[in-house]
Design a protein around this ligand. Structure first.
Ligand SMILES: *[C@@H]1O[C@H](CO)[C@@H](O)[C@H](O)[C@H]1NC(C)=O
Ligand SMILES: *[C@@H]1O[C@H](CO)[C@@H](O)[C@H](O)[C@H]1NC(C)=O
Ligand SMILES: *[C@@H]1O[C@H](CO)[C@@H](O)[C@H](O)[C@H]1NC(C)=O
Ligand SMILES: *[C@@H]1O[C@H](CO)[C@@H](O)[C@H](O)[C@H]1NC(C)=O
Length: 388
């Protein structure tokens, strides 16, 4: 009878959210280039809407490349190869930008640090055809021919986009897609792998597990406990539905939490301290709740009222921290806007339902109290009252 009747309300929304996240595939095959240039291979890069087009010449180990990425006129884009490791530091990059008159130029530099000084210089590998760039249709295209380092065809590549301010190239956003823009690319086979693809998927999985576990199931379970118990007919049932919700929310949440810690440990030099700390606090408090279940005094025990206060305050704290941290996570991940709107909609629906049930509950409780008083049957705290 008190089956989880709320489930169908949010399940379709979630499915919709997942579909929106997956539908980002784009084609790069139809791209055209100025000067009659054509390229044999192309990859739509996984983030920043960029694409790489190239032709590899095995006879001399060079590749003609075209890198295209969307940008406003007040922005720069860059592409490069990192001969020594994955990531930004040590990358040999081509940066395209434009001045106030719209004249586009390319700067080549080796990024010695995370906050480099950008001096136009030479790269660690040969560039037989120097880079040029153009801006049209809201996107930059950088052209160059490079001698692939060490005559190898597999390389760590990086790409980026950021703002121009006061006429100079300014740092890119340190969050969201801008920290996922790296990939190991085989110029011969054309397969891109590693870093960005799998990391992006794992970050999204981390977000979905945590949002569903901590951000939807746990509040839903709290609502079930608070509002279903008022109905006399729902007495033992509400408890089992509550436990089922909290246990599955905790299981998903712990999975998402573990994945989050793993992702954090992998991104050396860039940690989201508040997000991480709140996540650890949520895990600690929720684990305390699980153990508190075993220490729960009998309902008739005089200490039960203290246990209730404790259980409820920890529970509500977990919910508040979870919602705060999910929004912090959304700001770091910066997924397609549909995700944030979707989560806000789910929270609003849960909040609205809670508000209505809160009102109904008070009406029922007050009416019952009145009836009990008039029948001379006072303060009956038989587990159907409101607590906290
Ligand atoms: C790469 O190999 C090709 C063919 O073996 C050779 O012609 C070329 O000079 C080599 N390039 C470098 C940078 O070693
Ligand atoms: C490399 O080989 C290609 C194809 O044969 C040729 O078009 C290109 O000019 C060569 N590049 C260099 C730097 O020798
Ligand atoms: C960097 O140097 C190259 C070659 O000297 C030149 O063509 C290019 O315009 C310079 N880029 C900038 C941004 O000054
Ligand atoms: C170049 O290739 C050789 C042999 O494959 C390898 O031992 C060396 O580490 C490579 N150097 C770099 C800088 O990748």
């Amino acid at each position: 009878m008190a089956r989880p009747a709320h489930f169908p309300a949010w399940l379709p929304l979630l499915v919709l959210l997942l579909a929106a996240g997956g539908a980002t595939a784009q084609t790069c095959l139809s791209a055209t280039f100025t000067g009659g240039r054509t390229f044999l291979k192309c990859n739509a890069l996984p983030v920043l809407g960029a694409s790489l087009h190239w032709t590899y010449h095995a006879e001399n180990g060079t590749a003609d490349i075209a890198f295209r990425a969307p940008s406003s006129t007040a922005g720069w884009v860059a592409w490069g190869i990192n001969p020594t490791r994955a990531g930004m530091q040590g990358s040999n990059v081509f940066i395209a930008s434009q001045d106030a008159s719209g004249a586009v130029s390319v700067l080549t530099t080796v990024l010695e640090s995370i906050s480099p000084t950008l001096t136009n210089g030479s790269l660690s590998f040969a560039v037989p055809v120097p880079a040029s760039a153009e801006y049209s249709g809201g996107a930059y295209t950088i052209y160059a021919t490079v001698a692939l380092p060490n005559n190898s065809t597999s390389h760590n590549t990086v790409w980026q986009a950021g703002p121009i301010s006061g006429g100079s190239i300014s740092p890119h956003n340190p969050t969201g897609q801008n920290v996922l823009s790296m990939q190991n690319l085989d110029f011969l086979s054309g397969t891109g792998s590693g870093a960005s693809n799998s990391r992006l998927h794992r970050r999204n999985l981390h977000g979905v597990l945590n949002a569903v576990g901590w951000g939807i199931l746990i509040p839903l379970g709290a609502m079930i406990a608070r509002y279903l118990r008022v109905f006399e007919g729902a007495d033992p049932a509400w408890f089992y539905v509550h436990i089922a919700c909290q246990i599955s929310g905790y299981a998903l949440g712990v999975g998402g939490w573990g994945l989050g810690l793993k992702l954090g440990s992998e991104s050396a030099g860039l940690t989201y301290q508040p997000h991480r700390n709140i996540g650890i606090a949520i895990f600690a408090l929720a684990t305390l709740q699980v153990f508190a279940l075993f220490l729960r005094p009998d309902p008739k025990n005089k200490y039960r009222v203290y246990w209730n206060v404790y259980h409820h305050s920890i529970g509500y704290s977990v919910i508040v921290l979870a919602v705060v941290n999910i929004f912090k996570g959304l700001n770091i991940l910066k997924p397609a806007t549909g995700w944030k709107t979707g989560y806000i909609a789910i929270i609003a629906i849960l909040g609205g339902v809670a508000l209505v049930l809160e009102a109904i509950t008070w009406v029922i409780v007050l009416r019952r109290r009145k009836r009990n008083q008039s029948s001379g049957y006072g303060n009956g705290t038989n587990g159907t009252g409101l607590q906290l």
